[in-house]
Design a protein around this ligand. Structure first.
Ligand SMILES: *[C@@H]1O[C@H](CO)[C@@H](O)[C@H](O)[C@H]1NC(C)=O
Ligand SMILES: *[C@@H]1O[C@H](CO)[C@@H](O)[C@H](O)[C@H]1NC(C)=O
Ligand SMILES: [Zn+2]
Length: 514
């Protein structure tokens, strides 16, 4: 809807209400239903106490009526926005609204803003103030904090030491292993490679997260027979080999050299193994797919197990993707839920918006916000097709990125633009979104000209670096469903899977069912 259309709509609503500021009346009439006050927000309405009072009372009413759900959860979905700090979610909210032509945007909600419970997660790792995606994934999927770059092993393991990583005493089992032992279906969905750090912690144990294929192990001077690469662990080891759904990118890590995929990309493996063919041989009931058409036409009722590798490497950024060929995160999530829901014992699903982090690393805020917006759509879709009395949904991030929403821009300032009406000491305009660390190409320059093609525009930085760095500030945790009230307050990141397992009654810790 354009701003003009929205304005017309607000005029119609205003007329329908009789008085544009009679929010007392609106509030009373809304006793039994939630009113989306954001549609009434306008400079005119916002002048009145009655508007804000009704708005505040409306939210209070919703909060009072919310109940804590104390039955055992059947299913759990963990949504992970990689590199999705609070700055990213705030900016994405405005981006989402402005994309729809809304007049302002600050009052918009992401789907998970509506979740009843939220808290903060401390993301540091055992040897790192600011972490990476590997040690953090080991924490939020396995419940154990470890060293940076380690995946599915504890901090007893020195970096790249495979002897130590292969010792079962040093390995960290993920919630996917616990779920499988309880007869639950399991699945992973990501926009990166399926052997990337975040999904990797669901099934792999490695002394270096970079070892996605055996060639990466060889390049590090290690023996791939001793140091099993992440892709091979997904296909050959518990619990990855039992996953019912695997959706993401990274075909080349599964194919041998001199073998070419659908896009003519050459396999990366040195061991001559075709892991995709091996997966098919292990799972004669399984379906292997590589594009959007195959995903959308998947006969769900006859699909017991599915491996979907939709790109040679990471999936393309949504903004740049071939929409006919590459499925969206929402489409992959919807299909995953449908397939996993066939299991009577329930399921645990991990869904990663993996390229929010990459947009932020490239200090390309537009890409990061668009990926976060896509992540939001996947969560909204899942919320529609799951019952909050049986499915626990947790949305969080592994670590932050230090994107700042800066400068006193007026309400409704284009979040991807310059701060309206402000300039720096040289009289130059400056951007709303900034990253401290990144290419410093705009220092001292008037950046107005370069904003013409926003998609290509790296946001300004003042610490000159090739790419942006992660942030060490806390990330949010949002939860809905059974025992979602446990996900409140300031928590350690490794608490998360313990709480999910409690609600699902799986694993060997505390359980709701004893
Ligand atoms: C690897 O770790 C083991 C202990 O698990 C240790 O005995 C060995 O010395 C380490 N190797 C190297 C090269 O650090
Ligand atoms: C698939 O199964 C569901 C539930 O058992 C059923 O309602 C639906 O009609 C089936 N769809 C097809 C195409 O057979
Ligand atoms: Zn990163």
């Amino acid at each position: 809807m354009s701003r003009k259309e929205l304005f017309v709509l607000s005029v119609i609503l205003t007329v329908a209400l009789g008085f544009h500021h009679d929010f007392e009346k609106l509030y009373r009439s809304s006793t039994n239903r939630m009113v989306d006050f954001s549609i009434y927000k306008s400079p005119e309405n916002e002048k009145y106490n009655a508007f804000w009072k009704a708005d505040g009372q409306n939210f209070l009413r919703k909060k009072i009526m919310e109940s804590q759900i104390y039955n055992k959860a059947k299913n759990a979905i963990i949504f992970l926005g990689d590199g999705m700090g609070v700055g990213t979610t705030t900016a994405t909210r405005v981006f989402k609204a402005q994309n729809k032509g809304q007049r302002f945007g600050e009052e918009e909600s992401l789907s998970f803003d509506q979740f009843p419970f939220s808290g903060l997660s401390r993301t540091y790792c055992t040897n790192a103030q600011v972490p990476d995606s590997a040690c953090t994934a080991t924490a939020y999927l396995g419940g154990v904090k470890t060293n940076i770059a380690l995946l599915g092993v504890n901090s007893n393991v020195p970096f790249k030491n495979c002897t130590a990583a292969n010792d079962p005493a040093n390995q960290v089992e993920s919630i996917m292993a616990w779920a499988q032992r309880s007869g639950k279906a399991t699945g992973i969905v990501t926009t990166t490679t399926v052997s990337h750090a975040s999904p990797g912690a669901a099934y792999a144990h490695v002394a270096n997260r970079m070892w996605q294929s055996d060639s990466d192990v060889l390049a590090d001077g290690e023996d791939p027979v001793v140091c099993k690469d992440i892709a091979s662990q997904l296909i050959h080891s518990f619990p990855g080999k039992n996953f019912d759904v695997i959706f993401g990118g990274g075909r080349t890590n599964f194919l041998p050299k001199r073998t070419f995929d659908e896009t003519n990309a050459e396999g990366l493996r040195s061991d001559g193994r075709n892991l995709i063919n091996q997966w098919k041989a292990y799972h004669p009931e399984g379906t292997y797919i590589t594009n959007r058409d195959q995903l959308l036409s998947l006969p769900i009722n006859n699909t017991k197990r599915v491996l979907g590798l939709f790109h040679a490497q990471d999936l393309d950024f949504h903004q740049y993707s071939d929409k006919a060929y590459q499925p969206t995160l929402e489409e992959m999530t919807e299909a995953a839920i449908k397939v996993l829901s066939r299991n009577q014992n329930g399921y645990v699903l991990f869904v990663e918006g993996g390229r929010i982090d990459h947009g932020n690393h490239f200090t390309r805020a537009h890409l990061a916000l668009d990926e976060c917006n896509e992540f939001d759509k996947a969560i909204e879709n899942a919320a529609k097709r799951t019952n909050p009395y049986e499915t626990l949904t947790v949305v969080t991030s592994d670590h932050s990125h230090p994107v700042s929403v800066a400068g006193y821009g007026p309400r409704g300032n284009d979040v991807l633009g310059l701060v309206e009406g402000m300039s720096d000491l040289n009289g130059h305009g400056f951007a709303v979104l900034n990253y401290p660390v990144g290419p410093d190409q705009y220092i001292g320059k008037d950046i107005k000209q370069e904003f013409t093609d926003r998609l290509e525009f790296p946001s300004p930085s003042y610490i000159n670096s090739f790419i942006g760095n992660h942030g060490g500030d806390d990330v949010s945790v949002y939860a809905k469903g059974p025992y979602s009230h446990l996900f409140t307050g300031s928590m350690e990141q490794n608490e998360i899977p313990h709480k999910i397992a409690y609600a699902l009654c799986i694993g060997n810790g505390l359980k709701v069912c004893k």
